[in-house]
Design a protein around this ligand. Structure first.
Ligand code: MRU
Length: 352
């Protein structure tokens, strides 16, 4: 399953707000429509946001290709700023825009139509790379999954949250392919139910035995010894290994440690923010109160009640047993391994 793809010069995405009951695609012909789809959560999940931003950037390059070279680059800078303002927490969005801007800068002085072609190639490459990285994450992560594993996951870090295959669900898919999965417990993930609507949907499509629980049941399920390992994705990982992910991840990590259950994070290198020394520096998105006061459009709280609706939290590194990436498994102390990742990724980008 691919949640987003490039088709006939347009960006097509599965409208994730309609799943699991309706499978509808949205076709975006402008970067503004892509920005709206990101804000409206029709496309979501850190790596998928990066892919969406990259494709949106290509749409803008096509739109502005008839402008003068100078104006073309000025507009692209404005577009990058506009797309970067859609959602603040997942670093993959900024990483992808930065990568696209570097491609545009490399070709400065060239005909904008040619630059637009190069940007299209770069965006397609970025999406392909993400899918390949997820397969590698799956392969590395498999080492951590015991036979007959019962696994607990939170939110959706699946094919729908990436260019395909998934990060945390990539590991679960690889484990299923290896015959090691007995059951996956899925937190429903309030308030937007990415677990119930998206993860349960993906797992059932794969024929993986799946049990849905509400978020507040996770502690009990862990305490009863029903889970061998917890695995989640990440929206941003700081240089010390602190991880921002969907709200509720921190509570789950604390509960896992209290019950001696390993807690794993699966994420590509594009989810690391090497600039941030710790998780306290990660910007946390706050979303509309209606997401909490209403349940699938139906009011569930008294009118006028104050609401706090952070979409993410930060799990301190000390609760994380290992971080699975496409280049290998990081174990504490994370600072050392993440510093090495930073050096490797700078060398790969030619900034070494
Ligand atoms: O608000 P969302 O649905 O974009 O949040 C998604 C998550 O928190 C995922 O766990 C994370 O992005 C990792 S996706 C591979």
């Amino acid at each position: 399953m691919h949640p987003i793809w490039w088709e006939d010069g347009k960006v097509v995405l599965i409208d994730q707000t309609r799943l699991p009951h309706r499978r509808e695609n949205i076709c975006c012909s402008t970067y503004r429509e892509v920005g709206e789809a990101i804000r409206g959560m029709q496309v979501r999940g850190a790596p998928a946001l990066g892919v969406a931003a990259a494709f949106g950037f290509v749409l803008a390059a096509r739109e502005y290709a008839n402008l003068s070279r100078e104006l073309f680059h000025k507009r692209l800078d404005e577009v990058a700023t506009a797309l970067a303002a859609t959602r603040p927490t997942a670093v993959n969005l900024f990483w992808a825009l930065d990568r696209m801007q570097k491609v545009a800068a490399e070709y400065v002085g060239t005909d904008p139509h040619i630059i637009a072609n190069e940007l299209e190639k770069a965006a397609l490459e970025l999406a392909t790379e993400d899918r390949e990285n997820n397969r590698l994450i799956g392969r590395f992560g498999l080492q951590l999954v015991c036979p007959n594993a019962c696994i607990l996951t939170h939110c959706n870090a699946g094919a729908l949250a990436t260019a395909g295959y998934g990060t945390a669900l990539g590991v679960i898919r690889a484990a299923q392919e290896a015959g090691r999965v007995e059951r996956v417990y899925v937190d429903e993930t309030r308030p937007l139910l990415q677990g119930a609507r998206l993860t349960a949907y993906e797992l059932l499509e794969e024929g993986i035995p799946t049990t849905l629980i509400t978020d507040s049941m996770a502690g009990y399920v862990l305490q009863q010894g029903m889970v061998d390992l917890v695995i989640v994705g990440a929206d941003r990982i700081a240089a010390n290994g602190d991880v921002a992910n969907k709200i509720g991840t921190y509570s789950l990590a604390v509960l896992a440690q209290a019950n001696d259950v390993p807690f794993y994070v699966a994420a590509p290198v594009s989810s690391f923010d090497f600039q941030l020394t710790n998780g306290a520096q990660i910007p946390i998105e706050e979303r509309r109160p209606q997401e909490v006061t209403h349940f699938r459009g139906q009011p569930a709280a008294p009118v006028g009640v104050d609401v706090f609706n952070p979409a993410f939290d930060v799990t301190p590194a000390e609760y994380i047993t290992a971080i699975i990436t496409e280049v290998g498994i990081l174990k504490p102390p994370y600072k050392v391994g993440i510093e090495e990742l930073k050096v490797q990724s700078r060398m790969k980008d030619g900034n070494g």
